[in-house]
Design a binder for this molecule. Structure first.
Ligand SMILES: [Zn+2]
Length: 253
């Protein structure tokens, strides 16, 4: 029963968040790259706060003998980072992106693939947080907070998928639906994260670390470079810092 609830809440955060963003992207004017740049940087900042103040803090919870599993966390983060990097390399062997309308449409599709992929570790974060937080018949507060944080952070990501598709000539409902679909892998990730996390404290720490490394790749390898490419200014940096602070407050309060 709890599992069904968890998956439902994850679907709401994953598909609902990106879908809402996709619909919001329909309202943006064509010259909206600055707004998207700020939103992506903000989302990146929120993710950094979640990784540092929540996931890694949980993963580093000391053993009964009083030592934090530092090496396990170190290895987990590096493996998570490497796994997403390797997947991205496979994806990026696609066609060169041409200039103009067709290029925009293709950029939207590439963005959709990247967002869909990175939603797997984000779902793992939600699943592992639920596993960390409670017994078999309570929905943990940590998991709910994480679902809310990731759902909110999915809104700018959904916009980043639908806005270029619309500028590239795709009909708006189709673009919004495509954005919502990129949220679906979140549910898969949540089931995975929950299953691994429920195996015990060590496996939970490993799952949280892996998801952290994957998210750090997304932040520093995808979201921030994308944001800087859309708007060469210091404004995205400020948006990222504001995102870190907002994420910190959401996690800690
Ligand atoms: Zn994301």
């Amino acid at each position: 029963m709890e599992l069904a609830w968890m998956l439902g809440i994850t679907a709401l955060a994953g598909v609902g968040g990106t879908g809402l963003g996709g619909a919001a992207g329909c309202l943006l004017r064509r010259e909206s790259s600055r707004a998207i740049s700020l939103l992506l940087s903000f989302a990146a900042g929120v993710m950094v706060a979640v990784v540092c103040f929540d996931l890694l803090t949980d993963a580093l919870t000391p053993d009964p003998d009083g030592k934090p599993p530092a090496l396990l966390v170190l290895a987990g983060v590096l493996i998570g980072y490497g796994a997403v990097d390797a997947l991205n390399r496979l994806l990026s062997r696609g066609p060169e992106i041409p200039e103009g309308r067709g290029g925009l449409l293709l950029a939207g599709l590439v963005m959709a693939a990247a967002i869909a992929l990175h939603n797997v570790p984000e779902g793992m974060v939600i699943g592992a947080s639920f596993a960390a937080g409670g017994g078999p018949d309570t929905l943990s507060r940590g998991g709910l907070v994480m679902a809310a944080v990731i759902g909110l952070h999915n809104i700018p990501e959904g916009m980043a998928v639908s806005a270029p598709m619309i500028s590239g000539g795709m009909p708006k409902p189709k673009a919004a639906a495509a954005a919502a679909a990129t949220g679906a892998p979140t549910v898969l990730g949540a089931a995975l994260g929950y299953a691994v996390g429920a195996l015990g404290p060590r496996m939970l720490a490993a799952a949280l670390s892996f998801a952290s490394g994957a998210m750090l790749y997304v932040v520093f390898g995808e979201l921030l470079p994308e944001a800087n490419g859309l708007w060469r200014s210091r404004a995205p940096a400020l948006a990222a810092v504001v995102g870190i602070l907002v994420g910190m407050l959401v996690v800690l309060l």
